[in-house]
Design a protein around this ligand. Structure first.
Ligand SMILES: NC(=O)c1ccc[n+]([C@@H]2O[C@H](COP(=O)([O-])OP(=O)(O)OC[C@H]3O[C@@H](n4cnc5c(N)ncnc54)[C@H](OP(=O)(O)O)[C@@H]3O)[C@@H](O)[C@H]2O)c1
Length: 313
């Protein structure tokens, strides 16, 4: 089968198409095969490829296959999902650490990673949802804020940030979104009460103070600002970081937690149904063939993509 391998740590040019044996039935007890149609390109893929997580990845050395999010068709049945069901999910790449990601034609999946894709959600949209939604949900779970509490979401123009805004608003939180110029209107539709423009940190803090003079109860830091956002948070507030090296040292009794998206099939099923019902909005910015993965990484690295870049397989 066709896969994309990271041949050595480096720039997008280290990504190469390769052939690996297709998984065969029964080779991995408890796991099932999925024939992929689409795979998401996540920011973590870029950092892994560049060697920035070499210490976390530990003994796993190139060549390996990147990729977490996927959408495709089940080859082997699982209880409740017959063979041929359209499914989406994500491989918890950092937990598996076997270098068998989703930039591949066929993957092994645990049944508990899989949710059915509703009929009117296409593969590219489905592949943009799993990790981002799970991460936003886990962050909000960790915060456990009461209705009416204020939440500052950075990177609200991004895929994870957008989900955080929507889930938070649906839970009755008052959301302040740090967003790109031009995205304010959409973020309002998604549920943000205020949008403040991104920019230098002192300006962000001043804009948040204008919107919420008493300071916010918590931060969901989807853009990895880290410590510079702490002045926006009340004493005894909370802060969700998405990578440990951008988690600020706690001060003024602010609780700092780092969250990792974990697969949760039941929740993903619910989320995909909400996407189908247009109750949740996700965005795909680019759909590209697997063979153009290096260009997909270049685009993701350059930033300013208004949604997830998805590889068609
Ligand atoms: N912990 C986990 O399990 C987990 C799971 C998924 C994602 N993540 C991480 O969470 C982050 C967000 O993921 P994503 O998929 O939403 O990525 P994304 O779609 O690229 O969104 C990131 C957003 O943050 C914005 N941003 C970046 N730097 C900024 C800055 N200095 N000031 C203001 N905005 C800034 C980006 O804007 P521009 O691109 O225009 O600069 C973009 O809108 C990524 O770094 C990703 O690796 C963690």
């Amino acid at each position: 089968m066709r896969v994309v391998e990271v041949t050595a740590y480096g720039g997008p040019e280290v990504l190469r198409m390769a052939r690996r044996p297709e998984p065969e039935a029964g080779e991995r007890p408890g796991m099932v095969r999925v024939r992929l149609k689409a795979a998401g390109v996540n920011q973590a893929d870029l950092r892994i490829r560049a060697g920035r997580y070499a210490d976390v990845v530990g003994p796993l050395k190139p060549p390996f296959v990147l990729g977490t999010d996927f959408a495709g068709k089940l080859i082997d049945p699982v209880p409740g999902l017959p063979a041929g069901t359209r499914v989406a999910g994500f491989v918890p790449w950092f937990e598996e650490l076997n270098g068998e990601g989703t930039y591949a034609e066929v993957i092994w999946s645990a049944p508990e990673w899989l949710a059915p894709i509703p009929d009117d959600v296409d593969y590219t949209v489905a592949a943009s949802v799993p990790l981002a939604a799970a991460t936003a949900q886990r962050g909000l779970d960790e915060l456990a804020l009461p209705q009416g509490a204020t939440l500052l979401v950075s990177g609200a123009s991004g895929v994870v940030g957008r989900f955080a805004v929507q889930f938070a608003a649906a839970a009755g939180l008052r959301v302040v979104a740090i967003a790109h110029e031009g995205d304010q209107h959409e973020l309002k539709v998604l549920g943000a009460e205020h949008s403040v423009l991104r920019g230098p940190h002192d300006e962000i803090i001043a804009r948040v103070a204008e919107a919420v003079p008493e300071r916010v109860d918590a931060v969901f830091d989807g853009a990895f600002h880290g410590a510079p956002l702490l002045p926006a948070v009340k004493d005894d507030g909370a802060f969700v970081a998405l990578v440990p090296d951008r988690a600020p040292a706690a001060e003024r009794n602010i609780r700092v937690v780092t969250v990792l998206g974990r697969p949760d099939a039941a929740r993903l099923k619910e989320t995909l149904e909400k996407v189908a019902a247009r109750e949740l909005i996700t965005r795909v910015s680019d759909v590209m063939p697997l063979e153009e993965v290096a260009e997909a990484h270049r685009r993701a690295e350059a930033g300013h993509r208004p949604g997830r870049i998805v590889l068609m397989i």
